[in-house]
Design a protein around this ligand. Structure first.
Ligand code: F6P
Length: 358
């Protein structure tokens, strides 16, 4: 009887529990394997901790709720001290008696686990998750669609208060290095301006656009979506000293808000909303539940076929598998400046940075 481990690594997101549910169900019901849940990612390996997850045991505690429950019942950590204690983590795999390991992670944590697997000869299969959607070779990662929905809903709500007060609302969304979230939710939520790390923009361009909306089209309010990873256009400093004398970095949303107020000569009222970890919580969307379930099932089948060192991926509406090696060498996946969604936004008059000279 095979014994496989499962862990969730990196930042949580909606849909992780749905993957766990699918893996446990398929592995125990179809293959009659034992599934060990490893708590807090590699921390569980370091501490040699695990719990048997069986479909009936989970049912007692409510198997079905796992499909719709946010977060991860296994707990997660970002990095911890895994890299410093690589040998111990590697040995944890053997000491727990694992025949294979299914790891649900983003580009950062999958890279760490891939390196450990290479070193320790682990039989690893990856499942991509991240609200940032920056794992290469998969069009979608678990959690992304739910976060897009949460942001879209926030933009809908903010547009009413923006319109009532003729304000410019700047909304800073997550996306540490990339702008997929800002781009998708910005379009779905009808934003007027979308600023992402991949496309250069200017404050003058943003202000001109807002000015046109007001003076040419009579639209007195505007919604600006900015990815947290976007930089200031000309490398201006966002560093400031707070009331306690601490040197801090102002968020990009706050910076943009201030710049818009300034360029209007303070005639335009501006407000900033930083959505933060709200974007990571809540129930997974139907698409995330579906994808998580298909990914979990496919990951177990990869183990059955002994296809290790692979990650399940979503391509053209199908689940395929790609080598983790390729994922590792191509992370993170940026928004391409000629992406059809960038063109869609521009076609609808959204300011999304400067158009590259051709
Ligand atoms: O990678 C997912 C993500 O939510 C990023 O968008 C964000 O920058 C980061 O994680 C936040 O990490 P933490 O939960 O450690 O604050």
């Amino acid at each position: 009887k095979k014994r496989i481990g499962i862990l969730t690594s990196g930042g949580d997101c909606p849909g992780l529990n749905a993957v766990i549910r699918a893996v446990v169900s398929h592995a125990t019901l179809t293959y009659e394997w034992e599934v060990l849940g490893i708590p807090y990612a590699t921390q569980g390996l370091l501490e040699r901790k695990s719990e048997i997850l069986n479909v009936h045991g989970l049912e007692l505690h409510g198997l079905d709720p796992l499909l719709s429950m946010g977060g991860t019942i296994l707990g997660s950590i970002n990095k911890g001290d895994t890299e410093a204690r690589a040998e111990e983590a590697i040995a944890g795999y053997r000491e727990l008696g694992l025949d294979a390991l299914i790891a649900i992670g983003g580009e950062g944590s999958l890279a760490i686990l891939y390196k450990l697997a290479q070193k320790g000869g682990w039989k690893l299969v990856g499942v991509p998750k991240t609200i940032d959607n920056d794992v290469p070779f998969t069009e979608r990662s678990v959690g992304f669609d739910s976060a897009v929905n949460t942001i879209t809903d926030a933009l809908y709500r903010l547009s009413f208060t923006a319109a009532s007060h003729d304000r410019v609302m700047v909304v800073e969304v997550m996306g540490r290095d990339v702008g997929h979230l800002a781009l998708h939710a910005g379009i779905a939520g009808g934003a007027d301006v979308i600023l992402i790390p991949e496309i250069p923009y200017s404050i003058a361009g943003v202000c001109r656009h807002i000015d046109n909306l007001r003076n040419q089209w009579g639209r007195k309010f505007a919604i600006v979506v900015v990815a947290e990873g976007a930089k200031t256009p000309d490398g201006e400093s966002r560093v400031y000293t707070d009331a306690h004398g601490e040197v801090r970095l102002r968020g990009i949303g706050e910076y943009i808000t201030d710049q818009i107020a300034r360029c209007s000569g303070n005639h335009v009222e501006t407000r900033v909303t930083v959505l933060g970890h709200v974007q990571r919580g809540g129930t997974p969307s139907a698409l995330d539940r579906l994808m998580a379930t298909a990914f979990g099932k496919a990951a177990v089948d990869l183990v059955a076929r002994e296809q290790f060192g692979q990650m399940v991926a979503w391509q053209n509406g199908q689940v395929v598998s790609v080598p983790l090696e390729d994922v590792f060498h191509n992370s993170p996946r940026p928004v391409k400046p000629d992406d059809f969604l960038v063109q869609t936004a521009r076609g609808l008059g959204v300011y999304i940075g400067e158009v590259a000279e051709v």
